[in-house]
Design a protein around this ligand. Structure first.
Ligand code: MF3
Ligand code: CO
Length: 290
């Protein structure tokens, strides 16, 4: 971290002198670093102004998912969901963050049953009775990013798949409960992993969450196979996603070789994912979107 003079204005743009603002905070982080902990760089820590803009982006993301939630039903094509996402996001003044992201062709990811993530909406994929589907929405609003996803049950879903969806949601809640300043991302990861394992499920290792706010994907990478007390230190002003992918069967996955995007379970078992975007606050956390 660059050095600020004690009497210089603080880097957080509060208008206060550094010694009256973030000096003690920076020193505390530095003491963790000297003990060998992974600590966030300053670019990961958002200022109050940035947080306010990211909150506005997140409100659009929530509104889009709320709309999908009240309109998704058996018989629609995932292409229809893509249309809704594009229309609602742009009407609100945002841009769907997935669109053209690293060549991704659509505005949203729709992952059905044994698709783990990055399912591409298509007129050919029709939601059928008994399907479970993840809709993963991400918004760029004036250069500020938000990202969350929910699972939807289509018609009569088997008790086994329903349980997978519910337990995955519980995994996110239990992980979230671990999010507080001066804890570690591993505290969150272990809570997620333990609950999935206790229910006989496996956790996808290779794909995880991420820092977010000024870009779609920022440091740190956020995995769910890590132990308490490991991984990055959480400090106020950090924003990241919790988005575990939980498989009913084995943890193995593969990427569709036709489109290079869609991820499937190797054993064809169903997979579920919920995603929230969370801010670490002085006292705990705030969920920005869900
Ligand atoms: N929304 C996904 C995430 O949670 C990222 C999708 S990248 C895309 O990180 F290009 F497929 F949209
Ligand atoms: Co994400």
């Amino acid at each position: 971290m660059e050095l600020f003079g004690r009497n210089d204005l603080c880097w957080c743009k509060s208008g206060l002198k550094y010694k009256k603002c973030h000096l003690a905070f920076d020193q505390k982080i530095e003491s963790y670093r000297r003990r060998g902990c992974i600590v966030p760089t300053r670019s990961i820590i958002k200022t109050p102004e940035q947080i306010e803009k990211i909150r506005e982006s997140a409100k659009i993301n929530i509104a889009v998912l709320d709309y999908i939630s009240s309109h998704i039903k058996e018989g629609i094509a995932t292409e229809q969901i893509d249309q809704w996402v594009y229309d609602i996001t742009t009407q609100a003044g945002g841009i769907p963050a997935p669109l053209h992201f690293e060549g991704y062709p659509k505005s949203v990811c729709t992952s059905v049953n044994n698709q783990v993530c990055h399912g591409i909406p298509s007129p050919e994929v029709i939601l059928r009775d008994g399907d479970i589907v993840n809709v993963d929405v991400s918004t760029n609003y004036q250069g500020y990013f938000s990202d969350s996803s929910r699972m939807f049950l289509i018609g009569n879903v088997s008790p086994e798949k329903k349980k997978l969806v519910e337990v995955t949601k519980e995994c996110v809640s239990l992980g979230l409960a671990q999010v507080k300043p001066w804890g570690f991302l591993g505290d969150m990861a272990q809570a997620v992993h333990d609950h999935a394992a206790k229910n006989g499920y496996s956790v996808v290792r290779e794909i995880g969450g991420h820092g977010i706010g000024l870009a779609f994907h920022e440091d740190p990478w956020v995995g769910y196979v890590a132990k308490r007390g490991t991984e990055m230190l959480m400090v106020p002003g950090m924003i990241f996603t919790i988005e575990p992918m939980i498989n009913m069967g084995r943890e193995g996955i593969f990427v569709d070789s036709e489109n290079d995007w869609t991820v499937y379970t190797e054993d064809h078992s169903p997979s579920a994912q919920w995603e929230i975007q969370v801010l670490v606050t002085e006292t705990g956390h705030e969920v920005l979107c869900y």
